[in-house]
Design a protein around this ligand. Structure first.
Ligand code: FAD
Length: 288
C-alpha cells in the first residue's frame, strides 16, 4: 500500500526504522527484530540505506523481506551519495517487481572522510533524486526528510524550509523529521511549513535515548538540542544501563503523549534495531 493512503486512513501513523546488517554479518538478529516489530503492528517499517557505511544491497533485501516474508509495508530509504541514474533504475525495477511501493528520497550522510563533491553521484540533493524517480517511474510513493531545527549544513531554518518546499514540489507525499528532544521545535516547525503552504503529513522522528553513550553520538549526527531534563537523566544514570533504559523510554513516551495531544500526523520511532523499545514505547504511550 502507498504510505500516502495510510496517512489518509489513519488518525496517527506509527512507523519504525531499522538498519540492515553490515556486509558479511549474520542476518538472524535483524530478521528477529522485524518479526518482533510485527507484534506492535507498525503501519510501515523503514530501512536505512548506506547510513554509517552499512550495506546498500542489505537495504533492498530487507525491504523486500518486510513486504513479502513478514507482510508489512516497507519504506525503502534511497540516497544520492554514490548513486548514478543507472543504479536507481536497476533498484526501482527490482523493488517494483517485488511489490515495494514506498521510497524515502534522501541526499544521504556523507562519509566522514569525504566531502560530497568527492562522492560519485548523478544527484546533488534529495529533490533531484525525488524528481528523477517521479519522472522515470511514477509508481512510487515518495517521502522526504524534514529538520525541525534546520539541517546542520543549511544557512538558516528558513532556507532549509524552502528546500523542503522543493522536495514536495518534486513529488514527495509525506515528511519524516529528524529526531528532536524538545517538542516545541516540532510545533514551531509545523507552524512555519503550514504557513508557506505545505500540506503533506509530517511524522515526528523520535529517538529513545536508552544508553548514555548514544546521546553524544546522536547529537553529533543530528545537532538536536538536548533539554536540561534529558541531560540530568543521562548524568544520573550514565553508570546504570538498566535505569538509563527505563528513563529513556519514559522520556520518549512523554514526548509522544504530548505530540498525540497536539494532533501529530505520525510517530516515526528510530528503533536502533531494538524491537523491545518499540513494544514498550508504543504500548506505554497508547499508540498500540
Ligand atoms: P537535502 O534535502 O538534499 O538537503 C541537504 C542540504 O542541502 C540541506 O542543508 C539543504 O538545506 C541544502 N539544499 C538542498 N537543496 C538545495 C539547493 N537546491 N540549493 C542549495 N542548498 C540546498 N542518511 C543516510 O545516509 N541513509 C539513510 O537511510 C538516512 N535516513 C534518514 C532518515 C531520516 C528520517 C532523516 C531525517 C535523515 C536520514 N538520513 C539518512 C540522514 C540524511 O541523509 C542527512 O541528514 C543528509 O545530510 C541530508 O539529507 P536530505 O535528504 O535531508 O538532504
Amino acid at each position: 500500500m502507498k504510505i500516502r493512503n495510510i496517512y489518509r486512513n489513519k488518525k496517527i501513523v506509527f512507523s519504525c526504522e531499522v538498519f540492515p546488517p553490515k556486509p558479511g554479518a549474520k542476518k538472524d538478529s535483524i530478521l528477529e527484530t522485524i518479526r518482533d516489530l510485527k507484534s506492535t503492528s507498525p503501519d510501515f517499517i523503514s530501512v536505512t540505506y548506506g547510513a554509517g557505511g552499512e550495506t546498500k544491497e542489505g537495504t533492498i533485501e530487507m525491504a523486500i523481506k518486510i513486504k513479502n516474508t513478514y507482510e508489512m509495508e516497507p519504506l525503502m530509504h534511497l540516497t544520492c551519495v554514490d548513486t548514478k541514474k543507472e543504479n536507481v533504475e536497476t533498484i526501482l525495477n527490482k523493488i517494483s517487481q517485488e511489490g515495494v511501493e514506498n521510497i524515502l528520497a534522501l541526499r544521504g550522510d556523507i562519509p566522514a572522510d569525504r566531502n560530497f563533491k568527492s562522492t560519485v553521484s548523478d544527484f546533488s540533493y534529495a529533490c533531484d533524486l525525488a524528481a528523477y524517480i517521479k519522472s522515470h517511474m511514477d509508481k512510487f510513493c515518495l517521502g522526504v526528510a524534514g529538520y525541525p531545527e534546520g539541517h546542520p549544513e543549511a544557512y538558516s531554518l528558513e532556507k532549509d524550509i524552502k528546500n523542503l518546499v522543493r522536495k514536495i514540489h518534486s513529488g514527495a507525499s509525506f515528511v519524516i523529521t529528524q529526531m528532536f528532544f524538545k517538542n516545541d521545535f516540532f510545533y514551531a516547525y509545523l507552524d512555519k511549513i503550514k504557513k508557506i503552504g505545505i500540506k503533506v503529513p509530517v511524522s515526528a522522528g523520535i529517538m529513545p535515548v536508552f544508553k548514555a553513550k548514544l546521546l553524544s553520538r546522536m547529537i553529533k549526527l543530528s545537532r538536536a538540542t538536548v533539554p536540561s531534563e534529558l541531560i540530568s537523566i543521562v548524568e544520573k544514570y550514565k553508570e546504570n544501563d538498566v535505569e538509563m533504559e527505563k528513563a529513556g523510554i519514559e522520556f520518549a513516551t512523554k514526548q509522544i503523549e504530548d505530540l498525540i495531544k497536539h494532533g501529530v500526523d505520525g510517530i516515526h520511532l528510530f528503533t536502533i534495531n531494538r524491537a523491545s523499545l518499540a513494544k514498550k514505547i508504543s504500548s506505554y504511550s497508547n499508540l498500540r
